[in-house]
Each structure stands twice: as structure tokens, then as C-alpha cells.
Design a protein around this ligand. Sequence first.
Ligand code: MG
Ligand code: MG
Length: 272
Amino acid sequence: MVIIKSLAEIELMRESALIVSRTLGMLAKEIQPGVTTLQLDRLAETFIRDHQAKPGFLGLYDFPNTLCVSPNEQVVHGIPNDVPLESGDILSVDCGALKNGFYGDHAYTFEVGEVTKETQKLLEVTKKSLYLGIAAFCSGNRVGDLGYAIQQYTESFGYGVVRELVGHGLGKEMHEAPELPNYGKRGRGKKFVDGMVVAIEPMINMGTKDIRHFKDGWTIKTADNKPSAHFEHNVALIDGKPQLLSTFDPIYEALGIESDEELPFKKTTSLA
Ligand code: MG
Ligand code: MG
């Protein structure tokens, strides 16, 4: 059952989402060759607690850490460890925060040092597909329209769309209905209605869509060991339109990147 949120609840959810956004922005400066993902995890946990929130993943389904960190061929759910990052790596960082009883949950794939053009393209296309998915999250559309938008764009580059992992509703639970596959058929599935809050999160592989599970019970990697990218935003449907609750702005500020990709989906405030 989809749990519809009031505007007041959506504002609380924005707070939770923005704590994650700021955590990712703080991490953006720290993600360098030589740094370990366990060091990043400790920084993130401290940062979240300093913002009067709780790490959203720690202990959830018995996950052992604050961050899911998935380098290179790892798709999602990687566990922080003491292996130093190297130049040329990419690192998907997924982070959750719980505040006022609501979860924030969003993710970004970072470049470590210098990465290949081929890998940069994977990141660029995956992030673009996230915004195509967000644009499709509007009244009149259905779950299948969002999946279709992500799938047809990313597959046009020959990339693989992971089937086993999907976006989801978000609220007092980390994973609520509906499931949001990053593939689908237009006009199919649940209708989008005002008050829905979702996590849209394309997981896109450079090669095959197929995945493998690590023996640790968590980590998921690509079957062909080619890289995988993951970008995630939290979005509310208000007056028929998608509105971002999370933002990559703190990441872009830290890295000196200029971007207007979020503008169509930002909350507009009246100047009157
Ligand atoms: Mg996530
Ligand atoms: Mg999620």
C-alpha cells in the first residue's frame, strides 16, 4: 500500500534528505586516493549524529555500517573496509539518515583521482537517466513510464539495467510501496498521485545487466566485472509535479562543479 504524505510530512522528509545531501557533500572532499571506505564511514556517522539524526542504514536489516560503499564493479550494498581507494576508481556512496521519524536515502557515484573517459561517460549517462526518471514522476504517469524513461535512454548506450534492485517509496520506512524498477513498459503499473514520496535510483552497468552476490551476504557486483554506477534522489509529487527533497548541490560546491540539472525540480519560493 502506498502511504501518502501530507505537505507537513514532506517538509520533515526534506530535512532528512538534506542531512544525507550534506553528508555526501562533506564526503566529496574526502574521497581521494589513499583514503579507506571505513574512514569515510566514520566521518559520515559522526556528521549525521552531529546533525541530530541517526544513520539510516546502520542496523537496518542488520547492515553493519552507516554507508554502503561500492567501488568499480560493485553495484550496491558494499561494506566499508580498510582498502585504500586508488586513482581511477569510482565509488558509489549510498547514505541514509533518520530524523523526526522519516528516512532520507540518496546516493552519488564519485570519481577518485583520474578516471577513464569510458567510465566518465557511464557516470554522466546514469546521472542523466536519474533526471529523466524524475521528470517521468508526474501525475498522469505510472510506474512503468518512469522505468521506461531510464531504460530506453541508458540501453541506447549499450549499458545494462540491473533488474534485481529497484527504487522505492520512502517515508517512516526505508522501503515502502511502490517498487520502482529502472526498466518497464509505458502506461503500466501503479499511477503516480500527489503526496507520494519516492527514492529514484538507477543502477546502470557498463556491460551486462547481470549481477552476482558476494558471500558476505550484502555486496552485489556486475557479472562481467565491468563498472557500475548508481545515483539516487528523493522526490515528492506535489501539484502533479516532481519536487526534489535531496540535492547534489553540496557535492557540486565541494568539487567546484556548475550544474543546472536540478533547476526544473527545485521547490520554487515566491518572491512576492
Ligand atoms: Mg539508497
Ligand atoms: Mg534507496
